[in-house]
Design a protein around this ligand. Structure first.
Ligand SMILES: [Zn+2]
Length: 218
């Protein structure tokens, strides 16, 4: 499956759906990440946040694309939609991950809005939560029990946010995964709200000569 994950800033994607992307990578899915800004207004390290994002993408074996918008000023117009549309074509996305639109950060709202417009014909769009999100009501959960530590490692790639400035709290990330795991009746999970999700049942579940199928053919 081909996956496109979109975030406003370096580290947003890993926080919101890093565990899911690790699962996708383990399945052999093709991952493309689109980061709309370089996060230049946030705390910086000696290495740029772009370099940190590059490291995280390399850990996932994903292709990294940049939106090129100024941090704090992702526009709410066609230019942002076009960037996402281009990324959807480049990636051939069959499943899109993006910010939930209910968020106090203007960039997260704008990125979400651009993705929801650009993916209006996509069959699968899942929205993830950020620390600045509000009224997030997830109904779809992905079991990330095998990848909790690996998710934390992905976040550690964002040294300037995690280790130096505490903007990303790894203890809280793990606790959140445990809590969502509890809600999903597994140990650890990531949680998503669904804009649209086409569920294709495995073909192996179809019994070729069942009376139901014959009845449908007739
Ligand atoms: Zn962000």
């Amino acid at each position: 499956m081909k996956i496109l994950a979109v975030g406003a800033h370096p580290d947003d994607i890993e926080l919101g759906c890093g565990g899911a992307l690790l699962m996708h990578a383990a399945r052999g899915d093709e991952i493309t990440m689109l980061v709309m800004t370089s996060g230049e207004e946030g705390p910086q390290n000696e290495r740029s946040r772009m370099a940190e994002q590059h490291d995280a993408a390399a850990m996932l074996g994903g292709t990294l694309l940049w939106g090129g918008f100024p941090d704090g000023a992702i526009p709410n117009d066609r230019s942002a939609v076009n960037i996402v549309q281009d990324a959807m074509v480049t990636s051939g996305a069959e499943l899109v991950y993006c910010h939930t639109p209910q968020d106090t950060h203007q960039d997260h709202r704008a990125a979400s809005s651009a993705v929801l417009s650009a993916s209006r014909r996509a069959s699968r769009v899942l929205m993830y939560e950020s620390p600045t999100s509000v009224t997030f009501e997830p109904t779809i959960f992905i079991d990330i029990g095998m990848f909790v530590e690996a998710k934390l490692d992905l976040l550690r790639a964002h040294v300037s946010q995690v280790l130096k400035n505490g903007l990303v709290d790894l203890e809280a990330v793990e606790a959140q995964a445990r809590y969502y795991g509890f809600r999903a009746r597994v140990r650890y999970a990531e949680a998503f709200a669904s804009e649209r999700f086409l569920w294709e049942l495995p073909v192996g579940a179809i019994v070729p000569h069942s009376s139901t199928l014959l009845a449908v053919r007739a």
